[in-house]
Design a protein around this ligand. Structure first.
Ligand SMILES: Nc1ncnc2c1ncn2[C@@H]1O[C@H](COP(=O)(O)OP(=O)(O)O)[C@@H](O)[C@H]1O
Ligand SMILES: [Mg+2]
Length: 270
């Protein structure tokens, strides 16, 4: 599909037509039709006594397969809520999520736990590790079965992530950046179709933040990566960025557009 879109745009260029928004919309829909996850008018309302908060308002989006996409927006715009609903960690108040042909709404909570275990990986803002287990043991927790093959694979990730010498250390002996790399390795152990990351670089310095995002972005060869972040610079290598505001989707943007919108303060002005 991507090739078709590419060849269409190449032909468009060669014929010297002016770029029309309509053509780009067609190309975008072609590109986006190769999606793995989609939402159909999802809304999420938190009710706390007499007070209701609309965290999401009829969000309909498609997440393309084997791409690295970002979700950006101000604090409170619904980014985490959207990520949790996309990953089946939270149920929407209305609307539904579809993974391939699997409708979340038609399945029980136990089914969704199975789905997450088999097909999704997670990286959170804080690197949650079991404190009494070594880095290697923590990574092995993400393996579907604990065998020699899983151990080999985990060792491979430690090498790839540059933390080989950390394998036998406890989390308390690791820096924040090392802990987050351990979390990335754990998220990849079940070869997930989608990795979800919620502000994975927020508690890291710039260099470690880039390292973690680079590792996540490389996973797009094997699966889809969805990263929520405040920092547009972290998404410069992304294929596309979804902007959120007040619980609504403002649509997809090029990473460079998001950076330009952010200006020197690195905070997106929406
Ligand atoms: N557990 C909750 N109970 C009530 N309101 C919540 C809860 N979680 C989030 N919210 C509200 O929902 C809105 C969206 O929150 P969230 O998805 O966390 O946004 P973001 O990740 O973009 O900061 C915010 O107004 C937030 O205060
Ligand atoms: Mg959040």
């Amino acid at each position: 599909m991507f090739l078709l879109a590419y060849s269409l745009s190449a032909g468009h260029f060669l014929l010297g037509f002016s770029t029309t928004p309509a053509l780009w919309r067609i190309l975008e829909s072609l590109f986006m039709s190769d999606s793995i996850l989609s939402t159909d008018k999802i809304s999420l309302v938190y009710t706390d006594g007499a007070r209701s908060t609309h965290a999401l308002r009829e969000v309909s989006i498609q997440i393309p397969n084997k791409r690295f996409v970002g979700i950006m927006g101000p604090s409170g715009s619904g980014k985490s809520s959207l990520l949790y609903i996309l990953s089946g960690l939270k149920r929407p108040t209305s609307g539904d999520v579809v993974l391939d042909n699997y409708r979340f709404g038609a399945h029980s909570d136990l089914d969704l736990i199975d789905l997450r275990r088999q097909r999704f990986g997670f990286v959170f803002q804080q690197p949650y590790l079991l404190v009494w287990q070594t880095a290697m043991e923590n990574v092995l927790m993400g393996a579907p079965t604990l065998d020699a093959e899983a151990r080999r694979k985990a060792q491979g990730y430690f090498e790839q992530l540059g933390i080989t010498e950390m394998a036998d250390k406890l989390p308390s002996q690791l820096s924040g950046g090392e802990k987050q790399r351990v979390c990335v390795a754990r998220a990849m152990m079940n070869d997930p179709d989608v990795i979800f990351a919620d502000e994975p670089t927020a508690s890291l310095d710039h260099a470690n933040g880039h390292l973690v995002v680079d590792l996540l972005s490389a996973y797009r060869e094997r699966g889809t990566v969805v990263v929520v972040t405040h920092d547009p610079e972290m998404l410069q290598g992304a294929d596309s960025v979804l902007l959120m505001r007040d619980g609504e989707s403002l649509g997809w943007r090029e990473p460079s557009e998001v950076l330009n919108a952010a200006g020197p303060s690195k905070t997106v002005a929406l």
